[in-house]
Design a protein around this ligand. Structure first.
Ligand SMILES: NC(=O)c1ccc[n+]([C@@H]2O[C@H](COP(=O)([O-])OP(=O)(O)OC[C@H]3O[C@@H](n4cnc5c(N)ncnc54)[C@H](OP(=O)(O)O)[C@@H]3O)[C@@H](O)[C@H]2O)c1
Length: 217
């Protein structure tokens, strides 16, 4: 498949690298077509990797992955262009974190709304699925970094789009039983509002290689 990975940070490069390893073609999007980090990634990765503006990448991808700063995501998607997102699966990994008052960050969207919902509302033709935002980038694509069973969450209005994402996560190594489909895109609220706890758990564990395990009886 052809993927657009919007974002040149640790999430974007980790996701893009994994997708190429799995045989996909990836265009990494950035504000500038000559982003040094993206160019270096593409040069080191080979012919399955490309680099461009957010619009270039979104135009290339059959599936679009949003791995951009949550405060800039809507601006990024506007730059990507509505026509380049229409009808596509849009996998949203971003968190609406606001670091403007230092650490810990606050959430810029919360309670009765979420970034996932804002994206879906702005692009009703796109099939938005929120996932993987509740863990660090290495764990997203290598769940075995955390011992035992632990969970990934999937939120989106379109059940077929959610299934596509479940299948993609399975290709990353996620056992299907460990992937919890929460429901429609409003369920992204809880996944995003977990971030304040994630940040504190990071402080306690001292490692990004941890995750939630949901147990029930
Ligand atoms: N770090 C993690 O392990 C982790 C885990 C879970 C979820 N997340 C979420 O995943 C997303 C990506 O995180 P990250 O740490 O990889 O990178 P990041 O630093 O949060 O975001 C980097 C990307 O955002 C773009 N960006 C930043 N400010 C922008 C602006 N004002 N206008 C347009 N684009 C802007 C950058 O564009 P350029 O390429 O042009 O610089 C870059 O591509 C975030 O929403 C984060 O909360 C991160």
């Amino acid at each position: 498949m052809k993927f657009a990975v919007m974002g040149t940070g640790i999430v974007g490069t980790t996701m893009a690298g994994k997708l190429v390893t799995l045989g996909h073609q990836v265009a990494m999007g950035s504000r500038r077509a000559d982003h040094p980090g993206a160019l270096a990634w593409a040069a080191a990765t080979g012919e399955q990797a490309g680099v461009g503006t957010f619009a270039d990448a979104a135009g290339f991808g059959e599936i679009v992955v949003n791995a951009t700063n949550g405060g800039a995501t809507l601006e990024v998607l506007a730059a990507a262009g509505r026509a380049n997102l229409s009808g596509k699966l849009l996998i949203d990994i971003a968190n609406p974190l606001d670091f403007s008052k230092g650490f810990p960050p606050t959430l810029s969207i919360l309670n009765s709304d979420s970034l996932g919902e804002r994206i879906q509302a702005a692009y009703p033709d796109a099939r938005v699925v929120k996932t993987l935002n509740t863990m660090s980038a290495p764990v997203m694509v290598q769940p075995s970094l955390v011992p035992g069973h632990h969970n990934a969450f999937v939120s989106g209005n379109d059940p077929a789009a959610r299934t596509e994402v479940v299948n993609l996560l399975a290709s990353f190594g996620w056992p299907e039983d460990d992937i919890i489909q929460l429901g429609d895109i409003t369920t992204a609220r809880g996944a995003e509002m977990y971030l304040p706890l994630w940040l504190r758990l990071f402080g306690v564990t001292g490692t990004p290689h941890f995750n939630i395990k949901v147990a029930w009886g």
